[in-house]
Design a protein around this ligand. Sequence first.
Ligand code: ZN
Ligand code: ZN
Ligand code: ZN
Length: 370
Amino acid sequence: MTDRTDVYQSRISRARDLMKDEGLDMLFIGPSSDFTYFTGHPVKTSERLTALLIPFDGKPTIVVPRLEAPLVEHLGDDYEYEVWDETENPIDRVAEQVRRTGGEDVAINDQIWGGFLVQLQHQLPNRSYHRGANVLKQLRSVKDQFELDLLKEASRRTDEAWKTFVKNVKVIGRTEEEVADDLKGTLADHGMPNIAFCIVASGPNGASPHHHTGDRRIQAGDPIVMDFGGIHEGYYSDVTRTPVAGHVPEDDFKTAYNIVLEAQQAAFEKIAPGVECQEIDRAARKVISDHGYGDYFIHRVGHGIGMTGHEDPYLVEGNDEKLQPGMVVSDEPGIYIPGKWGIRIEDSVAVTESGSERYNHVSRDITILE
Ligand code: ZN
Ligand code: ZN
Ligand code: ZN
């Protein structure tokens, strides 16, 4: 990865500004994309705690097990290091830092294991513990130009892979898993070897939005919900298309498909700075409900995308947060008819100064695969 030390330091100082607003003395961040966001360093969750402590004042501290200390050395002297030995409890080191800075209000990120937090609470029962989510989501949900470029590139590569897949891959008579493997291979060929997820849900399986791709053989006349994405330099793509095998089924599939398409467009047109997240969901839901399929659109219309596949802001009824330039969200309405099929059409969309920009450009029309 390129040297972006200044970027991480400015993220930390922005976090401090927000900590001040929220009255927080310490941010305790476990292994997660939050850790990577502030350091550029990816770290895996395990029973051996690695953590980042951002005090309101003074250098941030990285708590790291001795055997993994060499992995963080390159982060240099912008951080202090608390290297703990195999027989120690890392929470002792965390508690020591909290005591040293004298802070009362400790915020944790959502991905810290409950076990670590409970131990810290036992050691320091007189502190107040908070979710760091308020601070973290304000930072993470608005992407800087560097992040937007990576997200756009992730979508571009994913689009290119889909175009190749549609041209070359046969689906009739093959299992969902075989088809998913081909799609993953195509993504890898287009510079996306790290697959985030790849759902292939054929026929009636498509009615389950997060279906586990399995051994069902695809038949002519099956709609196939294909929801997939990869990770490009830490940033996710997320796209869904619903092609059909052989021919379009003779039931109300085509009608429902066009309704989903119209709903997806209605949500897209609503995306702009200053618009409440729930308004985007309402725009899509109104189209689907007005056509009588409201009961079959069983999830929110979208979610943020960045260093994770699902993150703030969530485009869901009840969320009155306002969209801001730099947010990237999914626009993914669907109709799911149990026992028959499902339809979902999803693009990643960036909120711009003046409105919105789609990051996926592959055809949204019904595509027939052989
Ligand atoms: Zn999903
Ligand atoms: Zn998706
Ligand atoms: Zn999605």
